[in-house]
Design a binder for this molecule. Sequence first.
Ligand SMILES: O=P(O)(O)OC[C@H]1O[C@H](O[C@H]2O[C@H](CO)[C@@H](O)[C@H](O)[C@H]2O)[C@H](O)[C@@H](O)[C@@H]1O
Length: 246
Amino acid sequence: MADASPLPSPPDLAGLLRDGPVSLFLDFDGTLVPIAAAPGAIAVPAGIGSSLADLANRLGGRLAIVSGRAIADLERHCGPLANACAGSHGGEVRLAPGDPIHSIGAVPAAVLHEVAAFAGNAGLIHEVKPLGATLHWRGRPEWEERAQQFLGDLADRFALTLKHGKCVAEIAVPGADKGAAVRTIMAAEPFAGTTPVFIGDDVTDEDGFAACTAMGGFGVAVGERPSRGARYHLADPAAVFAWIGT
Ligand SMILES: O=P(O)(O)OC[C@H]1O[C@H](O[C@H]2O[C@H](CO)[C@@H](O)[C@H](O)[C@H]2O)[C@H](O)[C@@H](O)[C@@H]1O
């Protein structure tokens, strides 16, 4: 399919690495795995854990997965990840395998119960995460407005925040975003002082693009969503894997 984005493709990774060390931040859904009908229905490429471990080696350890999913959920799908990870939109960060997960908080149990009850009544898929809960309407688009309204009201009542994504909204602990995760990881070795590159497909990835741009790097938008802050574009997860060379 022709690439309709006005943004160019990124310069090749090998060339970037010849110019100096690069830290790579990869979103998960829509970037490493194609979007599927439900969170549990994704087709994860076989051997993704070892592909990412090889990539991390090529980058001198400067690879992080930065996802809206919880870290535990990422590892349920991919197996143990041998690189830095940020989950729950940056609310959880683990700098290296075996390190503790630093988390900025938890949502009250009452919120989780209310989201579960709404999902049950509406027939919507929902997820419970360490720092939030989602409602998905991909299979039931007629519920979008009511689900957003419900989560918005709940967020106001409990002083929580709302995140938006592709056919999903999430009530979450305030303060988590992918830009903050990039800044935390970039402050640590071996990332510090290198050129950060963030690749992602969704609106929450814009914070990662902005953080990388502010530190002398850039963002790469994946897919059809027009990006505010990316400098480059890749068409889909297959193009992402081709670019990273795995
Ligand atoms: O930051 P990401 O790694 O891209 O995670 C964002 C959300 O991804 C998942 O939802 C999305 O992907 C599902 C599977 O393809 C799809 O069914 C759903 O419509 C998408 O919104 C995940 O379930 C969420 O928890 C993540 O926040």
